[in-house]
Design a protein around this ligand. Structure first.
Ligand code: FAD
Length: 327
């Protein structure tokens, strides 16, 4: 079994597989390690992915795996549980080592972190069971599917009123459930009134379902409001536990002063603060859609190849005997 690669890609979602595709086509030796838990797994389809509109998330992964394998990329099921970096004197400057949950240890010249994010959901009983189905978060991802229906919106942050207006563009039957009155100021309330959004200043105590289908929400008072869908925001935390050994710092992702999760910062090429470790997709920003994550993976893969080309050149020049003409 091969245990040294030019690049190890951590995560085989749209970002990781896209990075692997361009690297494989550039004749790099690549290993993709994927634990098979894409962020959008609960959803029936991935939308706004041109050419594969509505494809099931796991089907997109299956197709992507086949495509990268056709260029010699190795893909393995498993989880990276540890990573380390060792300085070297050579042109690569750093050598990387990763450990899989099987105990297998693999070394690489570069790492691409594409491990995505995990959604921490509002603590409302019954909500998690409906996440990605009856409970939606993104009007672009699922709005069309709930158009013209009775949509509730959980207002739990300062961006909640905007979230409600986004869903109002899809249905004229929208009710905002305001957890804290301060989250919706007079201007926002006037906007709700102008757009015909019903406001309930009551905390949602439970999401109600019947036979696996969302039927409404139960308020603290016990009243049940019948709904077809509920929109809620999550906090998206980057999956970086396996990178502890690299000392990479995660930053907060803040919108309107409210923390919506974290990001692993990268520069325009996908390079993290540690030379040789690149990242793409939701691990770098929770806002990246499937196609944006795939695009970031492609760009990052290209940058990694360019980086390796420069290192290969430096190694070749260093190997030329002293005094030998180089032209
Ligand atoms: C419910 C829901 C529905 C959505 N619907 C849409 C939609 O319709 N359209 C859209 O554009 N976007 C949608 N999104 C956003 C979409 O999920 C992301 O844009 C996309 O998944 C980001 O791709 P990624 O490759 O960065 O991460 P992911 O797709 O999450 O892939 C990361 C992969 O890395 C693996 N991994 C994690 N840690 C490790 C590790 N330590 N070792 C090995 N592998 C690891 C995971 O198992 C996973 O397979 C939705 C999100 C949610 C929550």
């Amino acid at each position: 079994m091969q245990n040294h690669f030019d690049v190890v890609v951590i995560g085989g979602g749209p970002a990781g597989l896209s990075a692997a595709l361009i690297l494989g086509r550039s004749r790099r030796s690549v290993l993709v390690v994927d634990s098979g838990e894409p962020r959008n797994a609960p959803a029936a389809g991935a939308h706004n992915y041109l050419g594969r509109e509505g494809v099931a998330p796991r089907e997109l992964h299956r197709i992507g795996r086949q495509e990268v394998a056709s260029y010699g990329v190795a893909v393995t099921d498993g989880r990276i549980v540890a990573a380390s970096a060792t300085p070297t004197d050579g042109p690569d400057a750093v050598a990387f080592s990763v450990t899989l949950d099987s105990g297998r240890r693999v070394t690489a010249r570069r790492l691409v972190v594409a491990s995505g994010a995990v959604d921490v959901l509002p603590d409302v009983p019954g909500l998690a069971e409906q996440w990605g189905r009856g409970v939606v978060h993104c009007p672009f991802c699922h709005g069309w599917e709930v158009r013209d229906q009775r949509i509730g919106v959980l207002v739990t942050s300062p961006t909640g009123p905007h979230h409600a207006l986004m869903f109002r563009a899809l249905s004229d039957r929208v009710t905002a459930f305001v957890a804290e009155p301060d989250l919706v100021d007079a201007t926002a309330r006037a906007g709700f009134a102008a757009r015909g959004i019903t406001v309930r200043d009551e905390r949602v105590a439970r999401v109600e379902s019947d036979a696996g289908r969302l039927t409404g929400v139960r308020l603290g008072s016990g009243e049940v409001v019948a709904l077809d869908a509920l929109a809620a925001s999550s906090t998206a935390e980057p999956r970086v536990e396996h990178l502890d050994g690299l000392g990479l710092a995660v930053e907060d992702f803040v919108v309107d002063g409210f923390r919506f999760g974290g990001t692993l910062p990268v520069d325009g090429t996908g390079q993290t603060s540690l030379r040789g470790v690149y990242a793409a997709g939701n691990v770098t920003t929770p806002m990246a859609t499937v196609i944006a994550s795939a695009a970031a993976g492609t760009q990052t893969g290209a940058a990694v190849h360019g980086d390796l080309v420069r290192a290969d050149l430096a190694a070749a020049l260093a190997a030329v005997p002293a005094g030998q003409p180089t032209r």
